[in-house]
Design a protein around this ligand. Structure first.
Ligand SMILES: C[C@@](CO)(OP(=O)(O)O)[C@H](O)COP(=O)(O)OP(=O)(O)OC[C@H]1O[C@@H](n2ccc(N)nc2=O)[C@H](O)[C@@H]1O
Ligand SMILES: Nc1ncnc2c1ncn2[C@@H]1O[C@H](COP(=O)(O)OP(=O)(O)O)[C@@H](O)[C@H]1O
Length: 291
């Protein structure tokens, strides 16, 4: 991406971590067309970074462009404007984005950027909004925004907004990034999508199991994703996250994950990161609260 680095003048720098959907079941379709899910979210210690500085004139300016996303449609700008409108805050902000997460990868980059913007500006503008209020506002921006606002690994139901925090093992993940952009809307409108998985209880899930119901449709439509799953499966059980395109496998330590990463072809970029039950954003905010 063409993003300027975050300048030293930014008053606040905050991470926007990626997430994985460790499993994703589709239970049915609601009257409004959205799908009822059960999914398990865990954060990664890898992500984008945002910088914020206060503006007295009420303007919201994002200084880093993402190719293909115009300024006003960027989830960062939309999140900032929503918070401004709903809080009646007269202040504005200069915002910078160091974009490291792939777009449309199923690792939640856009949603995480939006959540970091909501929490970052709540801090900068000293609004004192509760997490509940910020999560509710975030849901209007995207189904995955609330989990990033709350920052706890969670079992999610509904369209992803009913969250039950969970304590999971924190293994290392190798995340492969097929060079293709998967459209979430396209996957959810595929007639072949499994939409009738019976609901499960969180306890049975934590004992292992689960799958990603989007995977058969995505690997059929996107050969890049199919190939990535085949390649990674040679080393470790591989699975799709969200609606893709990223696929991942888990390892007990960083070295094992790095070894496999080195054996993947150059045409399939990847990164290694640790699964975390508390997001890096919330760890950073906790240190600011102590100051
Ligand atoms: C399914 C997940 C799992 O994390 O996929 P990823 O986007 O992360 O891959 C997300 O909940 C996705 O959330 P998000 O990416 O915010 O989706 P949205 O932009 O709200 O939805 C894009 C389109 O997908 C369909 N959609 C999305 C979510 C859902 N539960 N049911 C749906 O049918 C709708 O047609 C919607 O218009
Ligand atoms: N700040 C942002 N970062 C990433 N994508 C954004 C952002 N703002 C808007 N978008 C749009 O949202 C789409 C999906 O975003 P992203 O979160 O990267 O994918 P996914 O939901 O699959 O993880 C992108 O393809 C892009 O068009």
């Amino acid at each position: 991406m063409s993003g300027a680095a975050i300048p030293l003048g930014a008053a606040l720098r905050l991470p926007a971590p990626a997430k994985l959907n460790l499993m994703l079941h589709i239970l049915g379709r609601r009257a409004d067309g959205y799908h009822e899910l059960q999914t398990l979210f865990q954060f990664l210690d890898h992500g984008d970074e945002l910088g914020f500085a206060l503006r007295e004139d009420g303007e919201i300016r994002l200084h880093s462009a993402i190719p293909g996303v115009n300024h006003d449609n960027n989830l960062i700008v939309r999140a900032a404007r929503q918070l401004q409108q709903h809080s009646g805050c007269p202040l504005g902000a200069d915002i910078w984005l160091d974009k490291r997460l792939p777009l449309g990868g199923g690792i939640g980059g856009g949603s995480s950027d939006a959540a970091t913007t909501l929490l970052g500006l709540d801090h900068l503008w000293q609004l004192g909004w509760s997490e509940d209020r910020l999560a509710e506002l975030g849901l209007g921006l995207g189904a995955d925004v609330p989990v990033f606002v709350r920052g706890r690994a969670a079992f999610a139901e509904g369209v992803g907004e009913q969250l039950t925090p969970v304590e999971l093992a924190e293994p290392w993940f190798l995340v492969a990034v097929p060079q293709v952009l998967v459209s979430t809307a396209e996957v959810f409108s595929d007639p072949e999508l499994t939409r009738d998985t019976p609901p499960i209880k969180v306890r049975s899930l934590l004992e292992g199991g689960g799958r990603n119901d989007c995977q058969p449709v995505v690997q059929k439509r996107y050969p890049e994703v199919r190939n990535a799953l085949i390649l990674l499966n040679k080393f470790v059980p591989a699975r799709l996250t969200g609606t893709g395109a990223c696929v991942f496998g888990s390892f007990p330590n960083r070295d094992d994950a790095d070894k496999v990463a080195r054996q993947l072809p150059a045409a399939l970029p990847s990164f290694v990161a640790q699964g975390r039950n508390v997001s890096m954003l919330h760890r950073k905010l906790a240190t600011l609260a102590k100051k």
